[in-house]
Ligand binder design. Sequence first.
Ligand code: SF4
Ligand code: SF4
Length: 275
Amino acid sequence: MAAPFKIIVCGEGGQGAKSIAELIAAAAWTDGRHATCLPQFGVEKRGGLTSALTQVSDSPIPYPVFTTADLAVILSQRAVERVRAHVSPRTTVVVNSHLVKDVASLGAGPVFAIDGRAVAAEQLHDSRVFNIVMLGAMLRFLPQLSAGMYVTALDQRFDKHLAAHPDLRDTYRRALELGQELVAPYVAPAAPLPATDPARSRTVENARAVITRWPGRCKSCGLCLARCPVKCIAWDPQELGQTGEPAIKIDPAKCLGCTMCEQICPDFAVKVERK
Ligand code: SF4
Ligand code: SF4
């Protein structure tokens, strides 16, 4: 089993660090690989740093937390300190050069400075998609997925927004391409991951929400059971998760559609779409 590829993304709240990390994991899962994503927030209500730990692998990932990242993406100067504990000389670093001026003290491996904001503003006339440009730059370093998986992940994550603003779809796709073009002259494409069996899903619904779960992704950690406000999640001895322990099941008769289980799950094992 190859070791999971480990990524930390860190930036100011609102820069889209969590979205980048989640899109990588979602693309990997969509492509039939294994992935985890663990967001970490500060105690501040506003103006805090946001970071997320993501792993992708061809095999089940035992634990969502890790120490040393293969790739660190730093979106602001303040984020340098937050990622320090996850960086070693073997860590490749991608920085948002618009805000990050000095990472020498990290002692990291190769550093790539990308001004995603300038590219987004000047070539796409929308600086809000700077994080998608940064994601595009990251793709050169990540284990390769099947073509189009990141576009699919973008479509799924922003489906409601894209339904209201269909022109954004082309902007997102072009942002991904521009990011890749920025680093392509310097970095050979990463090796692909071998494919694994696509995860099976189970969907139930009630008047409030459509609830989909992927038993093969569930690591039986119990986080969602503890968080569910109406305790409608239970273990399902008929359906084993990726550790061989029972995965979860959800009682649609009681589910409020609050999405807390989706938000807390580090393994993308449940999705709740409110009606
Ligand atoms: S959506 Fe809310 S109520 Fe429904 S299972 Fe998840 S945490 Fe429980
Ligand atoms: S679905 Fe629940 S028990 Fe399974 S991995 Fe996610 S949080 Fe843990």
